[in-house]
Unconditional design. Structure first.
Length: 254
């Protein structure tokens, strides 16, 4: 008899351990999203006086926020917003061989002159997901699978084509400083100005996901982990989109 009471109490606690709704924050790395290094190459139109190169990164990472509702029969709904980023070096070159001089390109953050940094690649996405949950008796764990719609926002990559485009616009009349040092300084200023004004690329795709939520009874705190596979969406041609991202976090759940 005592055993049956204990079993029934444990089952009751397990059923009460799932939240009807929650909101949380998480760490979100996107593995496989990479930028390949670009070695120095001459900028078209500068008669070989100016070159450009940029560095690489192997993945992007960031943070996000999630809200979910579990009250609907058979399905759950969750909404997520993530922002991920990585830094890379970019530089103009003036001169040849061992005498070549490297001039790093820095972008002002938020228009504040004292906050300059190396260029950043930033990817943001908003996901709306429908998931099918599964129950594990006597365990406060809720695994689920599903998918949904994704809206992507991505920044551009500061690459050779962008610099050449800036050069064409800035010196469209064909007149530019004959001195290579004056030319590279003028081009650097123009590149930084144009980069600050560059907008975000918006696109739409879909995603698949698998995840699990964990919540102890009574305590209004939950932990969760998701893995997502993104399909579709437009990316800068220099970016190799790995298409996989993880979300590991927790928050309040009622």
């Amino acid at each position: 008899m005592n055993f049956k009471l204990i079993f029934a109490a444990a089952a009751l606690l397990a059923t009460q351990s799932f939240a009807i709704a929650g909101i949380g924050a998480h760490y979100t790395p996107a593995v496989g999203t990479t930028l390949k290094e670009a070695q120095r190459a001459d900028i078209k139109g500068t008669d070989g006086k100016i070159g450009f190169s940029h560095g690489s990164f192997d993945y992007i990472q960031g943070f996000g926020f999630k809200a979910w509702v579990d009250v609907l029969p058979f399905i759950d709904i969750e909404a997520t917003f993530n922002i991920q980023f990585a830094s890379y070096n970019a530089a103009l070159w003036v001169g040849e061989g061992e005498d070549a001089r490297k001039i790093p390109l820095e972008i002002e953050l938020g228009g504040t002159p004292f906050a300059k940094a190396t260029p950043k690649y930033i990817a943001m996405n908003a996901d709306l997901s429908v998931t099918k949950p599964f129950s594990i008796p006597l365990f406060p764990i809720r695994p689920y699978v599903g998918g949904g719609l994704t809206i992507h926002w991505n920044t551009f990559v500061l690459n050779k084509a962008f610099v050449e485009g800036v050069f064409d616009k800035a010196f469209a009349d064909g007149s530019y400083p004959a001195d290579e040092n004056e030319l590279v300084n003028a081009l650097k200023s123009k590149v930084v100005d144009y980069a600050k004004d560059e907008g975000l690329n918006k696109s739409i795709g879909i995603h698949l996901l698998a995840g699990v939520r964990f919540k102890l009874p009574i305590i209004p705190i939950a932990a969760y982990a998701n893995v997502k596979c993104y399909l579709g969406g437009d990316y800068d041609s220099d970016i190799d989109a790995g298409n996989f991202a993880f979300e590991i976090g927790g928050g309040f759940a009622l």
